[in-house]
Design a protein around this ligand. Structure first.
Ligand code: HPA
Ligand code: ZN
Length: 337
């Protein structure tokens, strides 16, 4: 491994934009399909991987929801989550904030608790085994109704101590954040923090809505903010974090090539951008692969990489003490290099 790769893998970092259902590798998908007698649309792991050629967000989501159908019992969610934590640990991740999509499972008759308990058990095991700390973020599927999201929020209320925040994912275009204003208002009253996908495929107007109506603490993706200089200025002034996912953006054709990605421009404008893997089993890489691709494509310096790692800690939902500790560890790592 050359030294920049060592630097990228070794620097302590947080991952803040990770859909647990998007870490389902084809091998595990086939093993679970076999376990439960579920028939998959593809004949082999190779055929399935070969089908991961997307034109846009929706073409990916169709495969992602079909794949998630093999997740049926608590052990499946546990195996999925623990496999992700093992990969994250190898990439120098010290803290994760994981999205899960309960509606993807409750819609097909799997109990809310089955997903939640399996994921939580793995997070506890991962903390013990790898020292990775965690928060859970419950995402509402924006292609479903606001009433459905409200019912999902109500299902989560008994588990509020286990869920740090709510989020918003799935098909962005035609489903603006404003559709969920009342749900996020209720979530806020119940004590949840919030985040939302906005400005991945949707316009800058959706980012304004996420900020002003949903009152989020972070914008997931947000890369289309660049089309509105006033918005860029505001995001910089407010120190609003963006959880950017570069390999995802290229796979879903938000950018045609990694060399075209705007992350370096946003970083140089002083935005609090972070690097994340989104759905690593589908987009060709875990978090360190995302840093590496960017480093090569945009010629990032070690200072840039260190800033991205600091941003990931800063933008996380851990305590001020824990932030201080990890920022100190990052400084030690950088000066030792
Ligand atoms: N965007 C929107 N919804 C999603 C994504 C994404 O990148 N991944 C999983 N659900
Ligand atoms: Zn996402």
């Amino acid at each position: 491994m050359n030294s920049i790769e060592n630097f990228i893998r070794g620097i302590p970092k947080a991952e803040l934009h990770l859909h647990i259902e998007g870490t389902l590798e084809p091998e595990l998908m086939f093993a679970l399909a076999h376990k439960h007698g579920v028939k998959l649309a593809h004949a082999s792991v190779e055929e399935l991987r070969a089908a991961y050629q997307f034109d846009d967000l929706q073409s990916f989501l169709d495969l992602y929801y079909a794949g998630a159908a093999v997740l049926r019992d608590e052990d499946d969610f546990h195996a999925l989550t623990l496999a992700y934590l093992r990969r994250a640990h190898a990439d120098g991740v010290v803290h994760v904030e994981i999205f899960f999509d309960p509606q993807t499972h409750t819609e097909r008759g799997i109990a809310f608790e089955t997903a939640l308990n399996g994921i939580r058990r793995a997070l506890a095991d991962g903390e013990r085994e790898f020292g990775i700390t965690h928060r859970l973020i419950l995402c509402f599927l924006r292609h479903l109704s606001a009433d459905d999201a409200m019912r999902t929020l109500e299902q989560a209320l008994p588990y509020k101590d286990m869920i740090a925040a709510v989020g918003l994912d799935s098909s962005e275009r035609g489903h603006p954040p404003s559709k969920f204003t009342a749900v996020f208002e209720r979530a806020r009253r119940e004590g949840f923090l919030s985040v939302a996908h906005a400005g991945e495929e949707g316009p800058p107007a959706y980012i304004y809505e996420a900020l002003d109506l949903l009152r989020v603490s972070r914008i997931d993706h947000g890369v289309r903010c660049e089309e509105d200089p006033v918005l860029v200025e505001r995001l910089a002034r407010e120190g609003m974090p963006l959880t950017v996912c570069p390999l995802s953006n290229v796979k879903l054709r938000v950018y045609q090539r990694i060399e075209d990605h705007n992350l370096k421009r946003l970083l140089d404008r002083g935005l609090r951008v972070t690097v994340n893997s989104d759905d690593p089993a589908y987009f060709g890489g875990y978090v360190a692969d995302n840093y590496l691709a960017l480093q090569r494509g945009l010629n990032l310096s070690r200072d840039d990489i260190a800033q991205l790692a600091r941003n990931s800690i800063d933008a996380s939902f851990i305590s001020a003490d824990a932030k201080r500790k990890w920022l100190g560890e990052i400084n030690c790592f950088v000066s030792a290099y």
